[in-house]
Design a protein around this ligand. Structure first.
Ligand SMILES: O=P(O)(O)OC[C@H]1O[C@H](O)[C@H](O)[C@@H](O)[C@@H]1O
Length: 548
């Protein structure tokens, strides 16, 4: 136990409570009183222009939030992370995803050893392998070239590569097909391989621990399909040409039957949800090529350096993290929407769900004491404009405060025809219209002025005052993707630091795994499961009955 005051007893916290208690201004008034905020509340990082002017803040709010960050020593913890201290306290591990994108000549030490040469050795091995698959030099067991790459993984070993593949589709090798299998529901693997030829298919088994039941089960089934399926290759030796592994666990990889030469390594100081820029990104590297992959890593690194060196007033992850704290802890906002206006970012919010919710979904502090304050929000959202025709109604006129990030681009990317390119302005007109409508709404007087009957005025009124951040970049390149992901990684870090929680463990996923293992024999063999509660026991009985 430390003797520093708990977060909600700090004067910097109570000062924010007081500031909130006196908060009255509508965004309309804030802009009327201070039009300069449109220019002042903008932070530029690399290619990202981040506008946070449409937030329920003043200079005083920002100053108070920065004081909270200083009091909770966010930058101290940041420096400890970058220098390889074991800030993942419950697992006693360093947290060094930033080393994965460090340049070749950087020095990052863990227990006195510089890890950067090892990082680059794996990147080089990945580049060599990716090059051979892309050129057709790496062939399958029968000598046919590889045309299909299937990544098998779950959580961080799936969401990152699957998301980034989708984002960078315009940069991918068109002669190769990529699929991502995660769900232990056999339908996932079935649909992924049913139209593929095993002789042309490479499986990438991605698992940090190589013990995750979903992944090992799917990988085992994939091996059966490869060898014994309708067009199975029949020969055990084929496994060496059709399976590679991405893992920290060489022993388990070998036990599975994958040649250690075909294993791409990473380290326990890389959390699963922070790992797609490690060996876990192999499928992505095969898709976009090593140079584009490096551009992406350089994008990450650019934001790492920004986070590490920018002063608090201009530090984008710090500002975004503190804004989330302002709403979650002082306005009782429960969720945070991420709304990308790019089709290529269709899986981005799902990726952020793991990054944010697995990191900050905690209710004890770093000393193991229960917290008395809200921690991580529910993160959700889908690409605009689809959401506009579905759930935006609730954001505009519902009763909940939902801060949102809008992410958009000045130019479309990819080989679109001129006709399709022209649609981009329409997409972005919606983007700007939404943040304007959310902030400024439409007053009852404005509705009346349109001649609307009095009884119809209130349903047509928009209160506005909904806070949004607008993140704008010229184009969605590999570097910009790296910049965006690093921005959110560090935002999540900032929030965890202020809340005094361990953002790098995930004990909350363990109980379900243990219980599933216990229940499985009851489903397959009808075995008795000791200790089943009456509700679950009845459900298991119904399952068995219905499945007869
Ligand atoms: O990469 P793996 O070891 O297979 O882990 C896959 C995923 O499952 C775990 O249960 C964790 O909740 C995730 O953080 C992790 O990304």
């Amino acid at each position: 136990m430390t003797d520093t005051p708990r977060l909600d007893r700090r004067p910097e916290w109570t000062a924010l409570e007081d500031h909130r208690a006196h908060w009255q201004d509508h965004l309309r008034e804030l802009f009327a009183a201070d039009p300069g905020r449109a220019e002042r509340y903008v932070v530029r990082v690399g290619d990202l222009r981040i506008d946070y002017s449409k937030h329920l803040i003043t200079d005083e709010t920002l100053a108070l939030l920065r004081e909270l960050a200083a009091a909770t020593d966010v930058f101290g913890l940041r420096d400890a992370m970058f220098r390889g201290a074991r800030i993942n306290v419950t697992e006693d591990r360093a947290v060094l995803h930033t080393a994965l994108r460090a340049p070749r000549d950087a020095v990052v030490e863990v227990d006195g050893e510089n890890v950067v040469p090892g990082v680059h050795a794996v990147l080089d091995k990945m580049a060599d392998f990716a090059g051979r698959v892309r050129s057709g030099e790496w062939t399958g067991h029968t000598g046919k070239r590889i045309r299909n790459v299937v990544n098998i993984g779950i959580g961080g070993s799936d969401l990152g590569p699957a998301m980034a593949y989708e984002v960078l589709r315009p940069f991918t090798a068109r002669e190769l097909t990529f699929r991502f299998v995660s769900n232990v529901d056999g339908a996932d693997l079935h649909e992924a391989v049913r139209d593929l030829d095993p002789a042309e298919t490479l499986f990438i088994v991605a698992s940090k621990t190589f013990t995750t039941i979903e992944t090992i089960t799917n990988a085992t089934s994939a091996r059966t399909w490869l060898l014994e399926g309708p067009h199975g290759l029949g020969d055990e030796k084929a496994v060496a040409r059709h399976f590679v592994a991405l893992s920290t666990n060489a022993g388990k990889v070998t036990d599975f039957g994958i040649d250690p030469d075909n294993m791409f390594e990473f380290w326990d100081w890389v959390g699963g949800r922070y790992s797609y820029d490690s060996a876990i990104g192999l499928s992505l590297m095969i898709a976009i090529g090593p140079e584009r992959f490096r551009e992406m890593l350089d994008g990450f690194h650019l934001v790492d350096e920004h986070f590490r060196t920018a002063p608090a007033e201009a530090n984008a992850p710090l500002i975004l993290g503190l804004l989330g704290i302002w709403y979650g802890n002082f306005f009782d906002a429960q969720s945070h929407a991420v709304l990308p206006y790019s089709h290529y970012l269709s899986k981005f919010t799902a990726y952020l769900q793991q990054l944010d919710m697995e990191s900050n979904g905690k209710s004890v502090d770093r000393d193991g004491e229960p917290v008395d304050w809200q921690t991580g929000p529910v993160v959700w959202g889908t690409p605009g404009t689809n959401g506009q025709h579905a759930y935006y109604q609730l954001i505009h006129q519902g009763t909940k405060l939902i801060p949102a990030d809008f992410i958009g681009f000045a130019r479309p990317v990819g080989e679109l025809s001129d006709v399709l390119k022209a649609q981009h302005d329409l997409l972005m007109a919606n983007f700007f219209a939404q943040t304007q409508a959310l902030a400024f709404g439409k007053t009852a007087d404005e509705v009346r002025a349109e001649g609307v009957a009095e009884a119809q005025v209130s349903p047509r009124t928009f209160q506005g005052n909904h806070p949004t951040t607008t993140i704008l970049a010229a184009e969605l390149t590999p570097s910009v993707l790296g910049q965006l992901v690093a921005l959110y990684e560090h935002k999540v870090f900032v929030q965890g630091a202020v809340w005094d929680i361990d953002s790098f463990d995930q004990w909350g996923v363990e109980l379900g795994k243990v219980l599933a293992k216990r229940i499985e024999p009851a489903l397959t063999e009808g075995a008795d499961v000791p200790g089943l509660d009456p509700s679950t026991a009845a459900l298991v009985a119904a399952y068995r009955e219905l499945g007869k």
